[in-house]
Design a protein around this ligand. Structure first.
Ligand code: GLU
Length: 503
């Protein structure tokens, strides 16, 4: 493929970006980077009624957090700008006019009430109202009305829309990279509105004009736009423009695999459906985000890449660079991709192991008041010992509190199991062994304590269980010698003594 691949992610700023939108952005990004192309962000805000304050910034922040920033877009390399459709408003009318002039579109003056009557009439006959070749000659438009009448109405400032004149009895041959060839009978298509007399284009016109002007080579978007493909193809043809290639990504399905994933599924099953937290500016309702829930962007990206795509091998862990290399639109599935919230946890656990402990320590410290006076280096060492069992930073405290504070309670069942009649005597001897360890290192502790146990034929469990319980408060945690080394000699002895008097 040539070097000038240009793709766009074209969200409407009607709220926070849903996880499906992030997947669309990711696939566009991967495709662009794979072909040394350009990834463009275009804000499709022609529908001012649905505009939501803060949504555009949210989209930008989400892409940046996921580490898939756009190359061109609002405020960045504006060669083909502006990139907000509301700022391109002046461009579209001319294109609607061109289509009318070439006979591909027409003015329609039908009022909302008139169309409502038509709709009801169809309903009573058990039909769905559709505005196209079969009835447009009987409706109120520049096909049925005289030229003079149309001119008079326009001059009087009567409200109108411009509709695409969908042809009768034609078969369209469409191609989709993922779905292959698609045949469409034009008789079932309605004459979609392209432009309104308030000067605003609809999604269809603005989208096609902008894709053309921005020299988009591949349109990669969600399956919900597949029904628009026939119109979009016809618009390209009507303008005499070369159409880009299309790829419609499969739906993202509920965890059960039945039906489209919705925000409500997330609320019900307790997982976010948004990348970042979002507060609705109107209702103040707060929606959770993957970032704030403690997910790493690498986990999110790796997880999303597998929603509808797979490399055809067993490999599941991919860095962004590896994804770019392996990504191929022809390996994207047609069928819906089931959203599995446990799988993203699995990825998060994996990426947790790859994070730098010093960085994790910073996050852990900032989230935990008990750590405010603790040396970050010490925290990082603790994390190195426990993170194997953690999925989120928020798991750290539960797994590591005993590295920072002396246990005050002891697991009852474990106490019964670990503390026997001869335990006090053994612990006393153990303390003397510990006291005499010359250099308090993990190795020395291990050699001296194990040596003492074997030479006295004591049995490991009899010593190690009460020791661990004294240090941790439960029979859990990493290697006991690591724990002793970390908390130090004095604290180790203190804890063994304390446990004696508390159990
Ligand atoms: N504005 C549309 C959306 O919100 C864009 C669809 C397309 O990519 O053509 O998803």
């Amino acid at each position: 493929m040539s070097n000038n691949v240009r793709v766009r992610f074209a969200p409407s700023p009607t709220g926070p970006l849903h996880i499906g939108g992030v997947r669309t952005a990711l696939f566009n990004y991967l495709f662009a980077k794979k072909h040394n192309g350009t990834f463009i962000l275009r804000i499709e805000d022609t529908d001012q009624n649905r505009y939501v304050e803060g949504a555009e910034q949210y989209i930008v922040d989400a892409l940046n957090w996921c580490n898939i920033p756009f190359d061109e877009g609002p405020g960045k390399n504006e060669t083909f700008g502006p990139y907000r459709q509301s700022e391109r408003k002046h461009l579209y009318k001319q294109y609607a006019d061109d289509l009318i002039a070439s006979g591909h579109a027409y003015y329609a003056f039908d009022t909302a009430e008139e169309l409502d009557i038509q709709r009801k009439e169809s309903e009573t006959k058990g039909e769905t109202f559709i505005y196209n070749w079969h009835n447009r000659e009987q409706l109120n438009n520049s096909i049925s009305l005289s030229k003079e009448d149309v001119e008079k109405r326009l001059a009087n400032g009567e409200e109108y829309v411009v509709r695409f004149k969908s042809p009768k009895d034609e078969t369209l041959h469409l191609t989709d990279i993922i779905r292959g060839d698609i045949k469409i009978d034009t008789n079932i298509l309605d004459d979609k509105v392209l432009f309104k007399s308030d000067g605003m284009p609809t999604y269809h016109l603005a989208n096609i004009v902008d894709d053309h002007l921005m020299e988009i080579t591949h349109v990669i978007r969600g399956e919900e736009w597949l029904p628009s493909l026939a119109l979009h193809y016809q618009l390209y043809k009507a303008f005499g423009w070369e159409a880009p290639e299309f790829a419609h990504l499969p739906l993202i399905l509920k965890p059960t695999g039945k039906g489209k994933l919705s925000k409500r599924d997330g609320d019900k099953l307790g997982f976010p459906v948004f990348p970042l937290e979002w507060t609705d500016p109107k209702t103040n309702e707060l929606s959770r985000g993957y970032k704030e829930d403690g997910y790493f962007p690498e986990a999110m990206i790796n997880f999303l890449a597998f929603l509808g795509w797979n490399p055809g091998t067993e490999q599941e862990i991919f860095t962004l660079e590896e994804l770019i290399k392996a990504f191929d639109l022809s390996k994207v599935n047609k069928s819906g991709a089931r959203f599995d919230p446990d799988k993203i946890k699995w990825f998060n656990h994996h990426y947790m192991q790859e994070q730098h402990n010093v960085e994790l320590a910073e996050i852990f410290k900032s989230q935990t008041s008990e750590l405010s006076t603790i040396d970050p280096e010490y925290i990082a060492l603790v994390i190195g010992l426990i993170k194997e069992r953690a999925t989120f930073v928020s798991d750290f405290w539960e797994l590591s509190h005993y590295f920072f504070v002396t246990p005050t309670t002891y697991d009852e069942k474990a106490s019964k199991k670990a503390f026997k009649e001869d335990t006090p005597e053994l612990m006393k001897s153990l303390i003397s062994v510990i006291e005499s360890v010359s250099d308090f290192t993990v190795e020395n502790l291990q050699t001296d304590i194990k040596g003492w146990i074997t030479s006295n034929d004591i049995g490991f469990g009899k010593v190690m269980m009460p020791l661990r319980l004294s240090l941790v408060g439960a029979l859990q945690g990493p290697d006991v010698f690591d724990i002793m080394f970390m908390i130090g000699k004095t604290e180790t002895i203190k804890r063994i003594e304390k446990a004696q008097s508390n159990i």
